[in-house]
Design a protein around this ligand. Structure first.
Ligand SMILES: Nc1ncnc2c1ncn2[C@@H]1O[C@H](COP(=O)(O)OP(=O)(O)OP(=O)(O)O)[C@@H](O)[C@H]1O
Ligand code: SF4
Ligand SMILES: [Mg+2]
Length: 368
């Protein structure tokens, strides 16, 4: 074993100055990760209720405050082992939802409960447990990995941060298992490599190994394959599915690509300008889209063939600014079916077919 192996002291040193490292006095027992593991629960892993996030804009002194309404009230639940897809065009608020769930930012309104506990009220040990149990995988694995850390250092760092600093051999075994689970084989060939020595797909697998090593019950994957070559996307998507099979990990998959959501997700929610406009089980939504926005997205997207070029959206105009959102239905400025009364009030999600909800006044009235 070389100096960077489990017998060496140096191999995890980089991890010690990270923000989430806990103090030595909190490391009693040393096997916090072992004991907590994946939480078994009968209820939902995640409950999001009327979530809102407004960003205040800097304005003139004494002028009326203006806000970016990034999230304007969304609700959803995710069960253990469930894969939920969140699809929408750029700027619709997908990443903000993710940031609120992992408590990188605080919401303006609404509630997020993780295994039944309001995350806004979590402190100390409960908050640390939550951060361990809810992991995030990012779009750009190169940016999310420390370029100066080897694969072994990167993947072991979360364990050191969560109380296993004094058990290097146990950590090493767990790193090997996480890399195996992430499909990086033979593991020994990857341990001492740096991010720049890996392909994009390999880097994303290292990020996934880093996320699963803490045995989370929930992962948010924000566009996990959009920066990867089409040829290696399926492998990463298959990996996400195998994590559900093996560990029962629930997942919120954020993507602008229906073909990715279709491959991985049990159900899909379509988002527009900070709101949900349609949600249903995956095949139901793709075979029977109802909302005019979902229909337009699906016409433009090669769902059955991810290698086909994307076509122009068959709706006119750009997404309005989230600072001056349209009154009533926020989609009305682009909707081919809009009529004057669509400006009167925001449509609520209404169940139109079993388990299939749509937010459109005219659909609810049976007019379209
Ligand atoms: N810190 C912030 N301050 C002000 N506005 C913000 C902030 N963060 C996000 N926004 C705005 O919130 C809206 C939603 O952003 P978000 O990043 O969630 O979009 P997205 O759906 O993830 O888009 P993409 O598909 O491009 O990643 C955007 O209009 C964005 O400009
Ligand atoms: S409410 Fe009106 S504008 Fe909105 S999606 Fe339905 S038809 Fe279009
Ligand atoms: Mg985003």
């Amino acid at each position: 074993m070389n100096g960077n192996g489990p017998e060496g002291e140096a191999w995890a040193a980089d991890g010690k100055d990270k923000a989430m490292v806990v103090g030595d006095d909190e490391l009693k027992g040393g096997d916090e990760v072992e004991k907590e593991g994946v939480q078994k629960t009968e209820g939902n892993v995640l409950e999001v209720e009327d979530l809102k996030k407004y960003y205040k804009l800097k304005g003139e002194l004494f002028s009326k405050p203006r806000y970016v309404k990034a999230i304007a009230g969304v609700s959803f639940n995710i069960k253990p082992g469930e894969m939920m897809g969140m699809v929408g065009e750029t700027g619709c608020g997908k990443t903000v939802v993710a940031r609120l769930i992992v408590r990188v930012e605080d919401p303006t309104g609404g509630a997020i409960r993780f295994h039944g506990v309001d995350i806004a009220k979590m402190k100390g040990k409960k908050l640390r447990q939550f951060r361990k149990n809810a992991q995030m995988i990012f779009q750009d694995p190169y940016a999310s990995l420390n370029p100066r850390m080897t694969v072994l250092q990167s993947v072991s760092e979360p364990l050191f941060n969560y109380g296993m600093r004094k058990e290097p051999e146990k950590v090493y075994t767990k790193v090997v298992k996480a890399l195996e689970d992430a499909g990086l084989l033979p593991v020994k060939e990857y341990l001492e490599r740096f991010p720049h020595e890996l392909s994009g797909g390999e880097r994303q697998r290292v990020s996934i190994a880093r996320a699963i090593i803490l045995k989370p019950s929930f992962i948010i994957a924000d566009e996990p394959v959009s920066m990867l070559d089409v040829s290696i996307r399926a492998g990463i998507m298959q990996l996400l599915l195998s994590l559900r099979e093996e560990y029962g990990i629930a997942c919120l998959l954020i993507t602008h690509d229906f073909s990715v959501a279709r491959y991985v997700c049990d159900n899909i929610t379509v988002m527009y300008l900070g709101r949900f406009v349609e949600k249903a089980e995956t095949e139901e939504l793709i075979q029977n889209p109802i909302h005019p926005y979902t229909k337009a997205l699906l016409q433009a997207v090669p769902v059955a063939d991810p290698t086909r070029e994307k076509e122009e959206l068959p709706i006119s105009g750009d997404i309005p600014s989230p600072i001056d959102t349209p009154s009533g239905c926020v989609f009305r400025t682009r909707c081919p079916y809009a009529i004057d009364s669509c400006a009167d009030s925001m449509p609520e999600l209404v169940e139109m077919r079993p388990g299939h909800k749509v937010a459109c006044h005219r659909v609810a009235r049976g007019e379209i």
